[in-house]
Design a protein around this ligand. Structure first.
Ligand SMILES: Nc1ncnc2c1ncn2[C@@H]1O[C@H](COP(=O)(O)OP(=O)(O)OP(=O)(O)O)[C@@H](O)[C@H]1O
Length: 400
């Protein structure tokens, strides 16, 4: 199958600079989550800047949907509408005096009529959880909020590919997790998402495909479990293996656990260790329940009733709209990232939890719990929280 984006032996040297790319060939499949991983100066940003035409290769070729990129103004405008680029430093991207004007910049430039621009801004701000920020000056926002304004500005142009240069650099751990969940949400809605990073933990957990770079070259490409298990390869890129995978590989070498699919989360790892200790998954007298609330379809009363009745011990929300909904209904959140696995872990010790989410993530939660249930032989299922009859769903944004 033709990859969505492809670079073929691309080279690039900055004026008066080093050879930043020395013959780079990569294939990015439609709908994939790819992390370009490498140390400082490896050429990651340079490669990403090539993908929406901000830099032009010295030699080699870049193809989008099988067609070589053209560099006239019209072709570049069209390419940038389809391949959105979020810079590492949001200050570079934010240019207007208000959040609203900033997010509107792209659709206005594309010549969309005012009503369509307003709708695009409204949907994009909703998606990143910044409704109500329309009139705020972006330069007064926090780093995490600025990042979300920059992402909204790109989403407002409805690109099919999203490219993020070091999306979590300079963000605190909670803001980083929120941005990564936003990226997951975008990917689960069918978009192709690429990030550059030197954070191997993030890349291991998030990506389904890794491109490992060093000194302007691609050292290796493949699934994260494979790339990050190769100590020699990582050492040549001056990187360390992700902690979870390192521990798994060591326990395997010592014969404590069998080699199987490497765990990606604490949940998968604890399951594996339990099985190694007991020879099988331990019998559980009673598992807890996981309630699932679609914030677009559930009334606030239903949500509060469930929480106030004490039916749930823990509450988690995934995605900014879900977090806003919980905030409006004054429901305190115990988990704001890694929510599904944390709730499964609680179910395994007999405690009940509630996951609030929206859009494509609802199905993602159901699927993940279903898969876990099938793998573990336990009967875990997501119990929907009263999707109130007659409650009118909010208008679905353009990005669902
Ligand atoms: N504008 C520029 N002018 C001159 N040289 C540059 C420029 N931008 C990058 N370089 C050089 O090109 C090489 C690749 O840089 P690039 O920013 O692509 O790497 P990176 O892997 O993204 O690094 P980092 O993780 O530090 O962002 C480096 O040697 C860098 O010094």
């Amino acid at each position: 199958m033709t990859p969505l984006l492809e670079t073929d032996n691309v080279t690039y040297t900055y004026p008066n600079g080093p050879a930043a790319l020395a013959g780079v060939s990569v294939r990015i499949e439609a709908g994939s989550k790819t992390a370009i991983v490498g140390p400082n100066g490896a050429g990651k940003s340079t490669l990403l800047l090539m993908l929406n035409g901000m830099l032009r290769p010295e030699s080699g070729e870049i193809r989008f949907s099988g067609r070589p990129l053209a560099y006239d103004n019209r072709s570049l405008r069209e390419l940038r509408r389809r391949v959105g680029f979020v810079f590492q430093n949001p200050d570079v991207q934010i240019i207007a005096p208000t959040v609203e004007a900033d997010v509107a910049f792209g659709p206005v430039n594309l010549g969309h009529p005012p009503d369509a621009v307003r709708q695009a801004v409204h949907d994009a701000l909703g998606y990143v959880g910044l409704r109500g920020y329309e009139k705020r000056p972006p330069h007064r926002l926090s780093g995490g909020e600025k990042k979300r304004v920059a992402i909204a500005g790109i989403l407002a142009m409805e690109p099919s590919v999203l490219v993020f240069d070091e999306p979590t650099n300079t963000l605190d751990p909670a803001s980083s997790e929120e941005v990564m969940e936003l990226l997951d949400e975008l990917a689960s809605g069918g978009r192709t998402v690429l990030v550059s990073t030197h954070d191997v933990e993030l890349a291991y957990r998030w990506a389904d495909s890794i491109v490992l770079m060093e000194q302007g070259s691609v050292l290796a490409r493949g699934p994260p479990e494979e790339i990050f298990s190769d100590h020699g390869l990582l050492a040549s890129a001056r990187l360390k293996p992700p902690a979870l995978l390192d521990l798994y590989n060591e326990l395997n070498l010592r014969g404590v656990i069998d080699r199987d699919v490497p765990p990606k989360s604490v949940l998968e790892f604890t399951d594996r260790i339990e099985r190694a200790m007991h020879g099988r998954a331990p019998a559980r007298s009673e598992t807890g329940r996981i309630y699932l609330c679609d914030a677009d379809l559930t009334g606030g009363d239903d949500l509060r009733r469930l929480v106030e009745q004490g039916a749930v011990d823990h509450v988690g929300a995934m995605g900014t709209r879900a977090k806003e909904f919980a905030g409006r209904e004054r429901v305190l959140l115990d988990y704001t990232y890694g929510v599904i696995d944390k709730c499964i872990l609680k179910a395994l010790i007999g405690e009940n939890s509630l996951i609030i989410t929206t859009g494509g993530m609802v199905e993602h939660v159901r699927r993940r719990i279903g898969e876990y249930s099938a793998e573990s032989g336990l009967t875990l299922a997501a119990t929907p929280v009263g999707e109130t009859a007659g409650h009118r769903p909010r208008r679905e944004g353009a990005f669902e």
